[in-house]
Design a protein around this ligand. Sequence first.
Ligand code: SF4
Ligand code: SF4
Length: 380
Amino acid sequence: MGANFWLQKYLNNYFLLDTMKPKVYFASVRTEESLITHLGKMFDLAFPNLLKKDDLTAIKIHFGEFGSHAFIRPVFVRQIVEKIKENNSKPFISDTNTLYKGHRQNSVDHLNNAIANGFGYACTQAPLIIADGLWGRDYKNVKVDLKHFKEVKIGNAFVQADSMVVMSHMTGHLASGFGCAIKNVAMGCSSRAGKQQQHDSSKPKVNPKQCISCGKCVANCPVDAIAMNEKALIDQNKCIGCAECVTVCPTQAIAIMWGGMGKKEMQEMMCEYAYGATKGKRVGYINFLMNITPACDCWPVSNAYFVHDIGILASSDLLAIDKASIDLVQKSAGNPNSKLKNPKTNDKFKDLWGIDVMQHFSYGKKIGLGSMDYELVNVN
Ligand code: SF4
Ligand code: SF4
């Protein structure tokens, strides 16, 4: 075989690889059919080899903090439960406990909250399991050997599940810029200690001029890091960076002080946790680009959606599905009656939170989390 043969073989392989972009299936909300039916069709298209007989399959979801209402509707979860059962696998619906005080800090409150928000068996037809145990201490260390972490702390039920379907709601986010599938597995599958590690670069400070001494931040800090004299004052040595005080302050007197490369660092840490949570596991991702709020479902507050409803995406590539989701949001018209300062901006996440979200993708690609390129396949 001559040199031409090998040159031709190299070129064929090069161009073949170049065209093998992961598929991201997309069902637009602009349909005359039910989106629930589309979701079922997308599941079959996107995940032909995801499940094996008798798999214990975790459906990872955020149940929504009590008082929020933009979270994924339980009827969509029931459709996924039905598809998993059709494949002779055994679904359970799961999340981990939170760092901050609220209705999801321990498994008892968390399950009551999930049922109150509509995720009980009567609607979803699957049991609920809090993945990191009663107090968020039931986790396994998963080896990753990456830049920030050698090991990550993942909720035990997620480690033990045979397969996972990750259902994520696209929102903005005050610390990471946006929240969707990467955040759902990074923060959402980690134990409380794991969440604490990822928040470590995001410590807030109080602007005394804006503080009205209401005491809400003091009452909500999970580690009693805030003292109240005339004004609130945060002890940076005690603070674990959970950002709960930022969310409860009525006057926006508390802001995260990003030191050095803090914002980028947090995105990188989340990528490493996402890598550990999905390592060696069969995982399918479904993103919901509907009710797209400026802040995540941990906030028990309402706000106008900053873009219109877009649709649902499904893929087996974590990075590709979040990149496709970001691209669709950025392309959509900004809502002039929302928190966006400039609805015509090219970068809505930067407008909302001053954060460039692209580090998720460049670092995620570097550590093998998935592909930044994708092929969008319309299923409507
Ligand atoms: S002071 Fe720190 S630990 Fe306390 S609520 Fe604020 S961010 Fe969380
Ligand atoms: S919640 Fe805000 S306004 Fe109230 S005491 Fe804390 S910093 Fe001050």
